[in-house]
Design a protein. Sequence first.
Length: 208
Amino acid sequence: MELSLEDGRLLVRIARKAVETYLRNEKLLSPPAGLKNVFHEPRGVFVTLNKLTGPAGSERKELRGCIGFPEPVKPLVEALIEAAVAAAVEDPRFPPVALEEMSSIVIDVSVLTPPRLLDVRDRRMLPKEVRIGRDGLIVERGFNRGLLLPQVAVEENWDPETFLSYTCVKAGLPPGCWLDEKTRVYRFEAIVFEETYPNGEVRRLELG
């Protein structure tokens, strides 16, 4: 999977326009015409909204919403638009974003590879299959499911075992559930593009 920086800029611009369009008139943005084929291929994608707080020059990011599609079930541009709107108004952890907040929110878009099941004979060896800076994780057991994007482990400075444990917690399971053979653990990779400031320049996030 490869996307150019220009592709990333367009993804982030579409995500921002999708959120602002919905907050203004409660309508989903129609995908722009003339997009490259890659935008119409099924891809997993997550949109993250972070609010900048604190004095200029030393702002801190506070999560304001993050929702997406782990599997490639929709064309990328359609999944992107739906995920962006859902991150703004449907994340159950936060109240809906207000339009006036968008001037202090930075957006990042993570385009995912299909999840791959980690199958090891000895569960204690699972951390050796996880590389911080490359992998995101999904933990699944019964009706419980949790996902953490690869950038989370980098930002929190976790080792693989800690990353596995926090993904279990995200799924509503005990931290050590990854050691149980009944728990399914998947990894995926992501290309991440983020705004450096609200509605500003977009860069590709280097995770490794």
